[in-house]
Design a protein around this ligand. Structure first.
Ligand code: GLN
Length: 270
């Protein structure tokens, strides 16, 4: 949207193409196209929704991640480019280690991490989320022939419902990490439309990660890797210490903006 709260031309085209099931090029090529009354009404309604601040991705029901379109709705976070660092690191680790097979995406949301890792590495991935409506979105994204049959879905609060004794070569996690005190500073469209359950992580943002790390020793394969997305250098240090305290060798990666974004632990303790 523009500062004055108007939709940009691109946003209008995205909404029109969605309603008319056309590519945006086709919409632009025929600006004088005729359309039925119900389509016109639907378009007007969606324009109005966008004007209230509802994110475009929730209106069109789609967002790209790693150059691939994913279905999204209000039950899942909108994929962020920040998360590409975690996926790139995961792929580079898996690339050189063909024997690493078992991968879990903890807090999968729309499934973008598990889906992209499965697509690019050929591995199978267990996608876990505590939210059933979020898992339905991940399942929908998993119907793609490029990954179907290689993704499994489990509704679980962290490792709670994961089989006892199940160990993984790689655990990927983009768990909630926004500190409660920073909620007010988030952008209005995030606060009002994205699921707080997927964002808020208690006073310092690391409550969910703390429970996650407590369960890790029962589920990591010797020599395996855990990769976690976080939001600040302070969180990277704190989570790094937690992982080290349960027996990981820890490294950190920055995102394209130069911000600490991923904490990587190599499991050497079991
Ligand atoms: N990067 C997201 C944000 O700042 C937070 C994602 C998360 O909590 N996992 O909006």
């Amino acid at each position: 949207m523009t500062k004055g709260g108007e939709l940009t031309g691109l946003e209008k085209v995205a909404i029109i193409s969605r309603v008319l099931s056309l590519r945006s090029e086709a919409v632009l090529a025929h600006p004088d196209r005729e359309m039925g009354e119900s389509a016109a009404r639907r378009i007007k309604d969606l324009f109005a929704q966008r004007e209230t601040g509802k994110p475009l991705a929730y209106i069109t029901g789609e967002k790209e991640f790693f150059s691939h379109p994913f279905a999204v709705d209000g039950n899942v976070l909108i994929p962020r480019p920040d998360t590409e660092v975690l996926v790139e690191e995961a792929l580079s680790i898996l690339g050189g280690r063909p024997l690493m097979r078992s991968v879990v995406d903890m807090g999968t949301g729309s499934g973008i991490i598990g889906n992209t890792v499965a697509r690019k590495s050929g591995r199978s991935v267990l996608c876990v989320d505590v939210s059933t409506p979020a898992l339905s979105v991940a399942q929908k994204n998993g119907r793609d022939p490029a990954v179907s049959g290689r993704l499994t879905f489990l509704c679980s609060d962290l490792f709670y419902a994961v089989k006892k004794g199940a160990r993984f070569d790689m655990v990927l996690a983009n768990l909630p990490y926004v500190p409660e005190g920073e909620w007010e500073d988030l952008m209005k469209d995030v606060k009002e439309f994205e699921p707080a359950l997927a964002l808020l992580g208690g006073a310092d943002g690391l409550d969910v990660y703390r429970s996650f790390v407590r369960a890790l020793p029962d589920h990591m394969e010797e020599g395996g890797y855990v990769l976690c997305e976080i939001g600040s250098a302070r969180q990277a240090d704190m989570l790094g210490e937690l992982l080290a305290s349960v027996g990981c060798m820890v490294t950190k990666k920055k995102d394209l903006a130069g911000k600490e974004r991923v904490v990587i632990g190599k499991w050497i303790n079991s």
